[in-house]
Design a protein around this ligand. Structure first.
Ligand code: DQA
Length: 146
């Protein structure tokens, strides 16, 4: 069974209530319930924090937790956190960057991700489907490895 991790950064704990016109009406627990239903053969763990250091501490534990891959939505840290980027670069597992909104179609500061160069790839603008598609890619990646 694959161990896949989903990490959400600042303000994503309020999904469903935070600017629903941009981020949608589903809550994070709705999203996790659907993902667990869609990936019954994966062990899915999630973590959210509004704190950069807590996110970095968590990323550092992924190897010890036996993670096979991860999906991260770093929130606004996407655009400015070299520390989070360094933590990701140090991981030996594939990590996919996800954004609910299309970061290229919004304010100009959102159009740059310091995270993207150290991610396997990025999904932006597909709403909560982005998490599902990112997990699907990780599953396909691992299948092709075995
Ligand atoms: C976001 C986009 C970021 O620019 C923003 O700061 C977020 C959410 C997204 O999922 O669309 O908090 O990562």
């Amino acid at each position: 069974m694959l161990n896949l991790y989903i990490v959400n950064g600042p303000n994503l704990g309020r999904l469903g209530r935070r600017q629903p016109e941009i981020y949608g009406t589903a809550t994070w627990s709705d999203v996790m319930n659907n993902l667990r239903r869609d990936f019954p053969n994966c062990h899915l763990e999630d973590f959210q924090s509004n704190h950069e250091g807590a996110l970095i501490d968590y990323l550092e534990t992924l190897t010890d937790r036996g993670a096979d891959g991860a999906v991260i939505n770093p929130g606004a840290l996407t655009h400015q956190s070299y520390a989070l980027r360094d933590a990701m670069a140090a991981l030996s597992i594939p990590v996919i960057e996800v954004h609910l909104s299309n970061i290229y179609a919004r304010e100009s500061f959102r159009a740059h991700s310091v995270i993207a160069p150290v991610a396997v790839g990025q999904i932006s603008g597909l709403g909560v489907d982005g998490y599902r598609l990112a997990l699907l890619h990780l599953v396909l990646l691992m299948d092709s490895d075995s």
